[in-house]
Ligand binder design. Structure first.
Ligand SMILES: Nc1ncnc2c1ncn2[C@@H]1O[C@H](COP(=O)(O)OP(=O)(O)OP(=O)(O)O)[C@@H](O)[C@H]1O
Ligand SMILES: [Mg+2]
Length: 347
């Protein structure tokens, strides 16, 4: 079932520099050269994005590609220079300051790369802070903060100060704080990049666990493609302020829109991205070793499929749609299927 639209950007621009708005009005869709000649920086250029309710939408790109600027435009922490943004069907750019404040407080949660905790407040006070700003009475806000602290696994550390916590713990506080107001949409700007790889992986698991409980609409920024494919329902790849492709991780790998995307996805093990639906063969007569879901990642089921003497039946919504055997799985794992440096693209 298609999900409802939560957020929509049409042809959004953020241009920095003198008289940027006038310039963009007179020169719609300016080229790199035109921007440079005018002494302007096109931080976000002609971005079209549709974010659907309940999805994890990842924005990925190298440093300076415009990810933070774009996500800030979505809450108008940065004022777009041009374009249209709809939030829940409402014109975001027409909202007054008071309406925006209300929207950010009630509907938006944000997590930042550098945690951005208040050093002189305890964990409990940091988490309760957004409710404090909203004027929620102390007992209510502390009860709610206790709940969130427990949810992110920090029970018992309520009275610690940020400096007494590890990086991963500090970011859990940041996450609890961003969720305490029960936002509908959750923006995370490289929340785990300051953490070392092991903690980072743990936080990704934690994030997925939280999302399975909370079902938020999420915009998650990262420059790490591995992180993107672990988390994303869909990924928008940015380069030089432009979104060059928006697709599922699987589509990005199978059908990269540009050489740039192909380069980015080249080193990703195919088995982590491709689902059985992309590699299965037409359904035979059996017998079968068992049933597997069409959306399962090849890498996740490779062991059982390889060990079986018979093919597995591939199921979609309870109905058989194909079959997969050890040969198909091995083709993916050694890169014979699924594009990439060593492999051929599948038809
Ligand atoms: N206030 C500003 N004034 C001028 N230029 C800016 C401003 N903020 C951002 N930029 C420029 O816009 C471009 C995009 O910046 P942005 O911070 O959105 O990138 P990013 O993809 O988030 O990078 P990173 O991964 O390093 O966080 C950069 O070239 C940056 O220098
Ligand atoms: Mg950034």
């Amino acid at each position: 079932m298609p999900r409802a639209r939560k957020l929509l950007c049409r042809d959004v621009w953020k241009v920095y520099g003198p008289d940027a708005s006038d310039f963009l009005r007179q020169t719609p869709d300016p080229s790199d050269d035109a921007l440079r000649d005018a002494g302007l920086i096109g931080a976000v250029r002609a971005a079209n994005v549709e974010i659907r309710e309940g999805e994890i939408f990842v924005i990925m790109g190298l440093s300076g590609s415009g990810k933070s600027t774009l996500v800030r435009c979505l809450s108008r922490l940065v004022e777009p220079t041009g374009g249209e943004i709809e939030f829940d069907g409402e014109d975001l750019l027409a909202m007054t300051g008071a309406q925006l404040t209300e929207l950010r407080r009630r509907k938006i949660g944000m997590v930042f790369q550098n945690f951005a905790l208040l050093p002189h407040l305890t964990v409990l006070q940091n988490v309760a802070f957004p409710l404090d700003v909203q004027g929620v009475p102390r007992t209510t806000r502390e009860a709610r903060a206790h709940e969130m602290i427990e949810t992110v696994g920090l029970k018992g550390r309520e009275d610690y100060f940020p400096r007494q916590l590890s990086g991963g713990q500090q970011q859990r506080v940041g996450i609890a704080r961003s969720l305490v107001g029960e936002p509908e949409i959750w923006f995370l700007d490289e929340p785990f990049s300051a953490l070392d790889p092991l903690i980072r992986r743990e936080m990704q698991d934690e994030f997925l666990r939280l999302q399975s409980l909370l079902h938020k609409t999420i915009v998650f920024i990262t420059h790490d493609f591995d992180e993107a494919i672990r988390l994303a329902d869909r990924i928008a790849v940015m380069k030089d302020g432009r979104i060059v492709q928006t697709a599922t991780p699987e589509e990005l790998v199978l059908n990269p829109a540009t050489d740039y995307v192909a380069e980015f996805t080249k080193h990703i093990p195919r088995g982590k991205v491709l689902s059985l639906g992309a590699v299965m063969a037409p359904l035979g007569d059996g017998p079968f070793a068992g049933d597997l879901e069409v959306g399962s990642r090849v890498a996740d089921v490779a062991d059982v499929v390889e060990a079986a003497q018979r093919p597995y039946r591939v199921m979609s919504e309870g109905a058989p749609v194909g079959q997969v055997d050890a040969g198909a799985v091995i083709d993916v794992l050694i890169g014979r299927i699924g594009g990439g440096a060593e492999g051929r693209a599948t038809a």
